[in-house]
Structures are given as C-alpha cells and as structure tokens.
Design a protein around this ligand. Structure first.
Ligand code: SF4
Length: 322
C-alpha cells in the first residue's frame, strides 16, 4: 500500500531493483579470481554493463579487453555475464588461456535452446537488439539457423525456409510487453511458430519491470539508475513511461541528475537496473533528501530469492586452495 501525506515530497523506491543473481555471481567471480590468482585478471568485455562496477574492478587489478587476442598467452580470462559464442571458447583454447566462464546460467539456458532447435533444423527467430553481446553469443551457437528480429518493426523482413518449423527465442533483458507484441506479429505471419520451452526474458528483468510499473503511475518523475549500455536499465525507463510516469531518466549516478527535473515534482520513483550496486541508489536518495524529498517508501512488488553458485572452474580452485 502506497501512502500519501499532504504536500510532502515523497520518494517511492521500487523493489526488487539492482543486482540480480547473474550479475552478483559474475562480479563475485572477478573479485574471487583476483583474490585467488592475483592481478591482473583479464575480463573479456564489461563483466556487467555498469560503468561503476567496471571502474571498481579495474582499480583492484582487472583488465578489461574487447577480444581474447588482447589477452597474453596462458593468462586467465573471465567471460562476462552476457555469454560468448563457441568461437570465443575456441580462440581462448588456441591461445592456451585459462578461462572462467561467468555467463549467467539463464543466458546459458537460451544457448542450449538455440543448439537444440538448430539440431532439429528449425529456423530460430531470436528477438533482441542488434549488436548486443548477449545476442551475438546466442546467435553464435547456431549461426546458420538464427536470424535476429529487432522488435516489432523487424518482423516484416523475416524470411524462413519452412513456416511449419519456426521457433522464437529472445534476449533475456527485453521489455516483456514489447516482446509480447513482437511474438504476436510473428505468429500472424507464422501460425505454427513454437514458443521457447520456458521464458527467455529472465526473472530479474521481469520482476524489475513489474516493480517499476507499480510505482510509475503515481510518480511525476522516475529516476532509473543504470548505465547507457545496460539493456535492462533502458527498458525500465520505457516501461515507466508506458505505465504513466510523468517523465523518466536513466542516470549512472546522482551527479547526473538535473535539478530542473524536480521542478513541480512531488513524487519521485526510483529504481535501478540489474547491474547496479545499491550504493548508487543510496546516492540518489541522498540527493533527493537534500532537495526536500524526505518521505521515502519502499514498494515491494515481488520477493526474490534466486542465487547462483560461482563458475565451476573457480569453485574447484577455491576448494583446492588451503
Ligand atoms: S539480467 Fe537476468 S539473464 Fe542477465 S545476468 Fe541478471 S539474471 Fe542473468
């Protein structure tokens, strides 16, 4: 229940927000690798899409690279939560790299689905954003069977070999509502379209969208904490606006909030993407408090309890160490 006292400037904080189980695992994997093996630890791509997380890990000795060819032969490299194509594993093996695969298990699930449907010679319509690392990794599992569908507008240009053997899969961090629309349009064209065996949009993405919807309709402004390259964070801005927020902005941290956004505002909603540490949300709440927004209510929409074990290569070495 959201309460409203007269004329107070209030803040509604969405819950769940921030770190998901896959991000927590990936960040911990780099931290534990630094403790176990010492710096430098190489990380292919940003371990998670958050500027602050990357900077903090860099300060501790992580070296972020774009491709495995930048990693010295024999060194340790961590693959990010977004997953990699099989060719990246092959390149790493060719360079004798020691790999720690921090791919989120829920991304691995989609990779497995892509492999399985490709083995059955289905055309796989992968709904996702062109150029996103996760999409490149998933498509790389079955490059001859996968074609990308970038939202509802991408449906018209899809061509399949056999309309009776078509399945859709998706990136894990999409807007649930927009994906529903994309699938409906695909099904109009291909009535025999097969659904994934279970939701590809992950629990954390879905829950954060439900939670922001629950506060957006009452908010004159929704501030989403997250980085500009974070798919799930950007979706939260869109969902907030669709759900009735007066305005919504994505900020990396409190220093990027424009005072003008608060003009005439009495209720501010706050949430954060799945790769955002809580300290950055606390910074935003402190900024808002300093501008008179002192009535802070947390609105819990869904309770989360998902946890993932560390990557097995790391667990093995941690177990073996004294
Ligand atoms: S957003 Fe979802 S798929 Fe991505 S790392 Fe988090 S739990 Fe895994």
């Amino acid at each position: 229940m959201i309460s409203q006292t007269t004329a107070t400037k209030r803040v509604l904080v969405a819950k769940p927000r921030g770190y998901c189980a896959g991000v927590d695992r990936a960040v911990q994997a780099v931290e534990k690798a630094l403790e176990q093996y010492g710096a430098p630890i190489y990380v292919r791509k940003q371990i998670v899409h958050n500027t602050h997380v990357v900077k903090t890990l860099e300060e501790r000795g992580a070296v972020f690279v774009e491709e495995t060819e930048e990693v010295p032969e024999g060194a340790i490299v961590v693959f990010s939560a977004h997953g990699v194509a099989p060719t990246v594993h092959q390149e790493a093996e060719a360079r004798s790299l020691r790999t720690i695969d921090a791919t989120c298990p829920l991304v691995t699930k989609v990779h497995n689905e892509a492999r399985r449907f490709a083995a059955g010679d289905y055309d796989i319509l992968l709904i996702g954003h062109e150029g996103h690392e996760e999409v490149e990794g998933t498509a790389g599992e079955a490059p001859r069977h996968v074609q990308l569908v970038d939202g509802p507008e991408g449906v018209a240009s899809v061509q399949v070999r056999d309309p009776e053997r078509v399945v859709w899969l998706s990136q894990t961090t999409l807007s649930v509502d927009e994906t529903t629309e994309t699938v409906a349009r695909l099904r109009d064209r291909f009535p025999a379209l097969i659904d994934p065996p279970s939701d590809d949009i992950c629990y954390a993405t879905q829950n954060r969208q439900v939670a922001v919807k629950d506060i957006a309709a009452e908010a004159d402004l929704v501030i989403v904490v997250g980085s500009g390259n974070s798919s799930n964070s950007k979706r939260l801005v869109e969902v907030a606006l669709d759900a009735g927020a007066g305005a919504s902005y994505l900020v990396d941290d409190a220093s990027l909030i424009d005072d003008a956004w608060l003009s005439g505002v009495t209720t501010v909603g706050v949430t954060s993407g799945a790769s955002v540490p809580e300290s950055l949300v606390e910074g935003v709440l402190a900024y808002l408090a300093s501008h008179g927004f002192t009535d802070v209510q947390e609105v819990e929409s869904v309770r989360e309890s998902v946890r993932f074990a560390l990557p097995h290569e790391l667990r093995r070495d941690l177990r073996a160490s004294p």
